[in-house]
Design a binder for this molecule. Structure first.
Ligand code: FAD
Length: 548
């Protein structure tokens, strides 16, 4: 903890401004610390967000190609990972579904037995839900009604629910789009607008109706003194003043993430560092720092126990559908089709059709060459029998209006590992590479559900091309890699999220999650960070406290 405030530029430097980073920033500023948040992505306002995914340069993040958006997709041998990259982290692109996991997740994985999780976490889930403005969704769009009818058709009607979301919805009977003063933090927060049900959550909310972190945790942190450095990528974190365990502080080096040539290298000093760069970002940085000798004592469990929520993306397209399936909120409803399997109805806003290039006709059977042959046969048969309908299924325009994506998640154990090596296809540089058993891309009960859904909707069941061709599932929920455990032999951080082998070094993001949650993880990452921050004491000279 800081003893000589003036010795360092900041008391805490937080790397990444997603759920872990923004919660940490708010709670630490509240406790009186001088906080900096380094964020690789850009700062977005409602006015600069793209109207549709065709504006790829404002949606996709690949700065070396001139793409400076807030959404990234990374391809690995075992999984395609979708994640956010912006001031506010994944919250800018997330669907705002905020669900607690089943209580049994605390009894599996390497965190089991390290705390009385179920009783401790309930207060942190409550705080997280209050801060993120979680409410039961009351906007039931056409896609949700189809999900409900399908659930009833397979006898799961009683397990169909509206989702819990962090979205400012209009009161019953109001049309939405009304500007109102901050309804969440006793007027301390920014002005907001009620949801218009445009289905645009995933493309970034252009109405300030979605409860993104830059409107709650991070907003309050900045208001009370935290400094946020956008477009600033951390490339080095090193113990300083001769104390190799970090007890005398750290030097943090950054470069401008969006520049090709003038990358403006900067150096900051701080007493404490919090890594909140997301599961992938934190693993990547720590592998690099262990290898370059900056943090050589990081546990060799780094990169182990990476989980994907056992996700599979399926869905249905209804060419010529009279209703606009994109209307509503991104994920308005969900159903448990069995104990382990949770399905949500997801949509993109009208006009955001580029994801159609990843979608194809659903094909059953176990992955492998047999499934590819079956898929080719299905596509050919469809082309020969109904050429016009097949053309309408594959052409991109109106895709968002005519499609419902079904996000299927399973709370089953299953994990991969990430390694740091030079892959054969890019020997110039070390990169994260996935290893281990394949994550299943074929969930038979999910495929059956998609077929039923398509039948109810009068459309065709769909799947994703990488799942069929390469047996690679897609996930927006990459978790783990720096899991909580009792020792460095089993994990990277302890139960208070302090990095084994170092002082004043913490990890607060999805990488610490130590079991398969089976539901969307952001509420859990927020609650875990609330818990981790509760162990850090107040500084005596705390500023007037910010809202709880
Ligand atoms: C399309 C989509 C929809 C989603 N919908 C939902 C949903 O409805 N509900 C839900 O619970 N979850 C959802 N998620 C997942 C959710 O976004 C993530 O689980 C969550 O954001 C992870 O939080 P985090 O704190 O671990 O990291 P993030 O929120 O990803 O934040 C990490 C930040 O660190 C930054 N960073 C990385 N490396 C560096 C570096 N070296 N220097 C500086 N900055 C760095 C990144 O730019 C990023 O902004 C969705 C994800 C996607 C992609």
């Amino acid at each position: 903890m800081p003893q000589h405030e003036s010795q360092f530029d900041f008391d805490f430097i937080i790397i990444g401004s997603g759920f872990g980073g923004s919660v940490s920033a708010h709670r630490l500023v509240e406790k009186g610390y001088r906080v900096a948040v380094m964020e690789m992505g850009r700062r977005w306002s409602a006015n600069d967000l793209p109207r549709s995914s065709w504006l790829i340069h404002r949606w996709f993040w690949r700065p070396k190609l001139g793409l400076r958006g807030f959404f990234n997709m990374r391809l690995f041998r075992h999984v395609t990972i979708f994640h956010g990259c912006a001031v506010g982290g994944g919250s800018i692109t997330y669907a705002a579904t905020l669900l607690p996991p089943p209580s049994k997740v605390w009894e599996s994985g390497s965190w089991a037995g390290l705390a009385d999780w179920n009783s401790e976490m309930s207060q942190h889930y409550e705080t997280a839900a209050r801060m993120l403005g979680v409410r039961e969704n009351s906007i039931i769009g056409p896609a949700d009604r189809l999900l409900q009818r399908t659930s009833e058709a397979i006898g799961c009607g009683q397990r169909f629910f509206p989702t819990y979301v962090g979205i400012l919805e209009p009161s019953h009977g109001e049309p939405g789009g009304n500007a109102i003063p901050d309804p969440f933090f006793n007027g301390e927060g920014p002005e907001r607008t009620t949801c218009t049900a445009c289905g645009g959550c995933i493309m970034g909310c252009r109405f300030r109706a979605k409860n993104t972190l830059d409107l709650n945790y991070l907003y309050l942190a900045e208001k009370h003194g935290a400094r946020v450095f956008p477009e600033t990528r951390v490339v080095d974190v090193r113990p300083m003043n001769g104390a190799s365990d970090g007890s005398a502080g750290y030097a943090v080096r950054t470069i401008t993430s969006t520049a090709w040539i003038r990358r403006r290298p900067l150096r900051f000093t701080c007493q404490n560092v919090i890594l909140s760069a997301s599961s992938l970002g934190t693993m990547e940085l720590l592998f690099h720092l262990r290898e370059n000798g900056a943090l050589p004592a990081i546990s060799n469990q780094l990169g182990k126990h990476v989980r994907t929520n056992s996700e599979s993306l399926i869905g249905a397209r209804v060419p010529g559908c009279r209703e606009d399936l994109s209307q509503g909120i991104a994920i308005g409803s969900r159903v448990y089709i069995d104990e382990q399997t949770h399905i949500e109805a997801l949509r993109y806003p009208r006009g955001s059709d580029t994801m159609s290039f990843l979608s194809t006709i659903l094909t059953d059977s176990r992955p492998g060459s047999r499934r590819i042959v079956l898929w080719l046969r299905n596509v050919l048969a469809s082309l020969l029998r109904r050429p016009f309908k097949t053309f309408r299924l594959f052409q991109p325009f109106r895709w968002a209006r005519e499609t419902v994506i079904l996000v299927c998640m399973q709370a089953l154990e299953g994990e991969i590992e990430m390694h740091w090596c030079r892959p054969w296809f890019w020997p110039f540089k070390k990169l994260l590479v996935s290893r281990g058993d394949k994550v299943p891309t074929y969930i038979p009960q999910a495929n059956e559900f998609a077929k039923k859904f398509a039948q109810v909707a009068g459309g065709t069941a769909m799947s994703t091309l990488p799942e069929i061709l390469f047996d690679v599932p897609g996930t927006a929920h990459c978790l783990g890699g720096c899991v909580i455990a009792d020792s460095p032999a089993r994990g990277v951080v302890d139960a208070q999220q302090r990095v084994f082998g170092y002082k004043n070094l913490y990890i607060c993001d999805g990488s610490v999650v130590s079991a398969n949650l089976g539901v969307n993880p952001s509420l859990t990452i927020t609650a875990l960070t609330e818990r981790a921050m509760s162990f850090i004491p107040h500084l005596s000279k705390a500023p007037p406290s910010a809202p709880q």
